[in-house]
Design a protein. Structure first.
Length: 75
């Protein structure tokens, strides 16, 4: 990745962690707004990183649920 994507991804990770700790998902959009005021490119990279990480989280939860509901297999 390039510097913009790397920085935006790290910020996205930190923002998701902060949102969980604070119990405030609106912080994600607020950080995006702050970025957008100075760099539309960084804002888009950040927004993409947030979407990708949230999608991955939802997919993992779905997979875990599916595995829990699956009948046991025999060797």
């Amino acid at each position: 990745m390039g510097v913009v994507e790397d920085l935006a991804d790290q910020l996205a990770q930190d923002a998701l962690e902060a949102a969980a700790k604070l119990g405030d998902e609106t912080i994600l959009a607020k950080i995006g707004d702050v970025l957008g005021a100075s760099s539309a490119t960084t804002q888009e990279a950040y927004s993409t990183a947030i979407r990708v990480r949230l999608a991955e989280r939802r997919a993992r939860e779905f997979l875990q649920d599916a595995l829990k509901k699956a009948p046991p297999t025999t060797p």
